[in-house]
Write a protein of this length. Structure first.
Length: 284
């Protein structure tokens, strides 16, 4: 981080816990590369303290913040205005403080779509499958709906969760809930151009695990995307690459959502090359 002085503008990461986060490194490197007098700090906010913390953003004249687990949903009623896309997703991951008002955005969905574009993956008119139906899946679904995906299969072990998401976004596109691992799941996976792991299977400390995907039935040009970014090479991505599939890891979405947040706070184009280089150094 460059030197902090009396004019430094502060942004931070509201979450619990936050000590493991890559965002301070990502954002501070980007501020430094652009010679912008901003600093990004971790803001551990325990459940129950969120309202106080949010008031503090105004009182302390923060420029903005990121929001992570477990506050992305609960923060919504505490903000002054919510961007329509964030409303649709039902979660805020970026706050901008403007004239003492708090504006909530979600950069996860456009971050996911940017990472697809960077990898020349076109989803328009194609089928996709989500594995898992939790919070991150919502942002991915909204991104794919915006990208005009023909049909999105929501594969979850808990069918009620998948059905609830299908109902939530009914009318926005074709969403089909399906039980993870069943016969129909296998048949439908063969129709998909993109399969996205939105479960924690394969992340620390479940490194040996992966979702129940049969690579033998997939089309050769299916893209396998894992939202997990730690580790960068999950078991799913390793096996998929061994079978010859194109793969994308979660670090790209992490960087892209960060780049979009950076641009909202600073109105400066994010130094994506620097951000990718920084994160590649810590990739495991
Ligand atoms: P979440 O809200 O807890 O949702 C997780 C989903 O996975 C739920 O549907 C859950 O079902 C399912 N699941 C959990 N364990 C499972 C298992 N053993 N078998 C089958 N399904 C299982 O979590 P999230 O916030 O969506 O995060 C999901 C993953 O995405 C995490 O690894 C997170 O790190 C990653 N992520 C990455 C980015 C990025 O920028 N790259 C952004 C956000 C999240 P149940 O409800 O039945 O447990």
């Amino acid at each position: 981080m460059g030197s902090i002085n009396g004019s430094t503008q502060i942004v931070g990461l509201i979450g619990w816990p936050v000590s493991h986060s890559f965002s301070p490194l990502l954002q501070n490197t980007a501020f430094e590369a652009c010679e912008i007098n901003f600093a990004y700090i971790p803001l551990p906010v325990a459940p129950g303290c969120l309202a106080q913390a949010v008031e503090g953003l105004k009182g302390l004249q923060f420029a903005g913040a990121n929001v992570t687990i477990p506050h992305k949903v609960d923060i919504i009623p505490l903000l002054d205005e919510i961007d329509p896309a964030a409303k649709k997703i039902g979660a805020v991951n970026t706050i901008v403080v403007r004239d003492g008002q708090l504006y909530g955005y979600n950069t996860d969905a456009p971050g996911f779509m940017s990472s697809l574009a960077q990898n020349q993956v076109v989803i328009e008119g194609k089928k996709a499958m989500m594995l898992g139906a939790g919070g991150a899946a919502r942002a991915v679904i909204c991104g794919l709906l915006d990208g005009q995906s023909e049909e999105i299969f929501l594969a979850a072990r808990n069918m009620e969760q998948a059905k609830a998401l299908a109902v939530r976004y009914a009318g926005e596109g074709k969403l089909t809930p399906i039980e993870l691992g069943c016969e129909e799941f296998e048949r439908k996976s063969a129709e998909c151009a993109l399969i996205v792991n939105c479960t924690p299977l394969g992340m620390q400390p479940w490194l040996e695990q992966m979702p129940p995907l049969d690579f033998a039935v997939l089309a050769r040009d299916t893209v396998i995307y894992d939202l997990i970014y730690n580790p960068t090479h999950t078991m799913l991505l390793i096996k998929a690459a061994e079978c010859g599939f194109k793969t994308i890891g979660g670090m790209e979405m992490l960087i892209e959502q960060g780049a979009l947040a950076f641009e909202k706070w600073t109105s400066v184009t994010a130094p994506r090359d620097v951000m990718y280089k920084t994160m590649s150094k810590i990739c495991c």
